[in-house]
Ligand binder design. Structure first.
Ligand code: HC1
Ligand code: SF4
Length: 571
């Protein structure tokens, strides 16, 4: 470690620490705008300048602190520089803050407040760029401040490269690659660009007004499910700590919003495991089309279809938990409760933008035209809706979801973190093929390592497992599989889980904004901690799952199960 001085405060920091981080460890918050811990710091905006001993200024986000040196983070000169930069950005930015969706969560607005900007004499020159709402991720680039975070996450974290910076100087702008709409670009709708946008330029296609109308329509029976990861993120919007599991309050809030029945995607996750574990055991024992690859994540599905279409036959045919909960709402719950499924309006609250498109995929269409999921809201949209309805979320008493599509095991719950789907599948695949499980935790597939591997006994044989997340890591996994197949060599893995977003759904493109470094780990911990204390932690032990098989589906992989719970993907 090294010693440095920040504003005359001595502090010891690990060698290699940036000045920005050293300042924060010393108790000073240097303002930033283009900086985000997930992306390579470029210093593009210049707001984070600090002064060295010789009076020279440097950008603190990408400069390492030097041993024995002293830095000033706040004085009159720095304030003047920062106010000038901010004024220039604001001159090109719309100033309709009161009417803006990011009102209250905009990083630019926060800085304007922090710097007490009251006037701006610079000439206004807001670019005139039309809104692109061609898909689940909306681009309104007149708000763009060219921080480049979106371009960076899309290329470095997701390896999609759907966005590019074109033009120079005043003409510079970010656009979908090739200049068409985002829908025409290779975008997979993961929403990571939106989750990293500091302003109102990139965002989900908002759907809560149609939802309000549906709830107000007394002829409709409104049902709702919440995804695993939503419960460990939504609380942050209302002052809870990162990773706090606020599921009980969410159920209570959804009831107060007027939903007629409240379910949980975790239930569908248990159903997905029943079908997918069965599918895996079958393929593994018969050495058919291995490795099996998970398909819960629609951005991942789209990515594979676009870039690795030769691998489509490896896809699991089991629908995602959202779609399974959806179909069982309209085909099972409706029947059991004498409700005409045509009158059900079925909503899913997801940490994800891509789920807004999954529900409309042609593979999900029912032969009679009934839509399993009618509308998807992100975590952020739910927070807005709760506020608008005047619900005092923080002080709500915990409530329970409705039976039986609200009943779940710990295995269904951990789906929200990378490795969770695999761990849940292994808890069932191993147990149901007669293996004795010493413990239910599979530490090897937990955590934020890019590619996680383990071997586990299934039906008396070693099954090799890989888990990866963040689409940039996928190529290393799939290239090895392709290579082995081409050379007729032994496969590196038999079962692979992929989630498009780094960390899995806990860090999905629809989650609460965060610039903290340990957000993913804290949210995942929230899920694992709850699972640890649950009495039922394996999907096949969920009594409601057992009841559905006993009364409707017979057994996993049955003809009826295939009709309702499976799909198929074609190149
Ligand atoms: Fe996910 Fe899934 S875990 S895809 O990450 O399989 O979005 O949370 O709902 O469907 O369960 C997301 C989360 C979610 C599905 C489940
Ligand atoms: Fe890139 Fe994902 Fe944004 Fe599409 S949604 S532009 S793939 S980051």
């Amino acid at each position: 470690s090294i010693q440095v001085k920040i504003n005359n405060i001595d502090i010891e920091v690990p060698a290699g620490t940036t000045i920005l981080k050293a300042a924060s460890l010393a108790g000073f918050k240097v303002p930033t705008l283009c900086y985000h811990p997930d992306v390579q710091a470029t210093g593009a905006c210049g707001i984070c300048v600090v002064k060295m001993e010789n009076g020279k200024t440097v950008r603190s986000c990408n400069m390492k602190a030097i041993a024995g040196k002293s830095y000033t983070t706040h004085d009159e000169d720095l304030l003047r520089i920062r106010r000038t930069i901010l004024s220039e950005v604001l001159a090109k930015h719309p100033q309709d803050c009161l009417l803006c969706r990011r009102n209250g969560s905009c990083e630019l607005q926060d800085l304007a407040a922090e710097f007490n900007l009251r006037t701006n004499d610079l000439p206004r020159e807001v670019p005139d760029i039309p809104v692109d709402d061609s898909c689940a991720v909306v681009m309104d680039m007149k708000y763009c401040i060219q921080c480049m975070r979106c371009v960076s996450v899309c290329s470095k974290q997701q390896n999609v490269n759907a966005l590019e910076l074109v033009g120079k100087g005043r003409e510079a702008r970010i656009q979908p690659v090739g200049g068409g709409t985002l829908a025409e670009s290779p975008c997979v709708k993961c929403g990571q660009c939106a989750a990293h946008c500091p302003v109102n330029a990139l965002k989900e296609n908002e759907a809560f007004i149609p939802l309000r109308h549906a709830i107000a329509n007394k002829e409709l029976f409104t049902t709702v499910q919440i995804a695993p990861a939503v419960r460990v993120s939504l609380g942050e919007e209302f002052g809870f700590k990162q990773g706090d599991n606020v599921a009980g309050k969410i159920y209570a809030a959804l009831r107060r919003l007027g939903f007629n029945a409240i379910f949980d995607t975790n239930f569908g996750a248990d159903m997905t495991i029943m079908e997918e574990a069965t599918e895996f055991v079958h393929r593994f024992q018969n050495k058919e089309m291995l490795p099996l690859i998970t398909t819960c994540c629609p951005s991942w599905v789209e990515y594979l279809e676009r870039f690795y279409d030769d691998m489509i036959p490896h896809f699991s045919s089991s629908k995602s938990p959202m779609m399974m909960t959806g179909v069982l709402t309209k085909r099972y719950y409706a029947q059991k409760n004498n409700i005409d499924p045509q009158t059900i309006f079925n909503v899913a609250i997801m940490p994800c933008t891509s789920k807004k498109e999954e529900k409309d995929r042609k593979e999900m269409a029912q032969s009679d035209g009934l839509q399993d999921i009618d509308l998807v809201l992100t975590t952020r949209e739910l927070a807005r809706m709760i506020r608008q309805a005047g619900i005092d979320f923080t002080n709500l008493k915990d409530e329970a979801p409705d039976s039986l599509l609200g009943d779940f095991s710990g295995a269904g719950l951990i789906f929200g973190a990378t490795g969770g789907v695999m761990e849940a599948a292994l808890r069932t695949a191993a147990a149901c093929t007669g293996e004795k499980l010493e413990k239910l935790e599979f530490q090897a597939v937990r955590g934020l390592t890019d590619i996680k591997e383990t071997t586990i006994k299934v039906a008396g044989q070693d099954a090799r497992i890989a888990v990866t997340h963040g689409l940039v890591n996928v190529q290393h996994v799939l290239d090895r599989v392709r290579e082995a197949k081409k050379n007729n060599e032994e496969l590196p893995w038999h079962f692979i889980e992929v989630m498009a977003c780094k960390g899995g759904c806990v860090s999905g493109g629809g989650q609460t904004y965060s610039k903290e470094e340990d957000t993913r780990a804290l949210r995942a911990k929230g899920l694992y901690d709850t699972d640890k204390d649950m009495s039922i932690r394996q999907s096949h032990e969920n009594p409601s799952v057992q009841e559905i098989y006993a009364t409707l589906l017979e057994h996993p992989g049955s003809h009826k199960a295939h009709e309702l719970l499976h799909t198929h993907y074609t190149p």
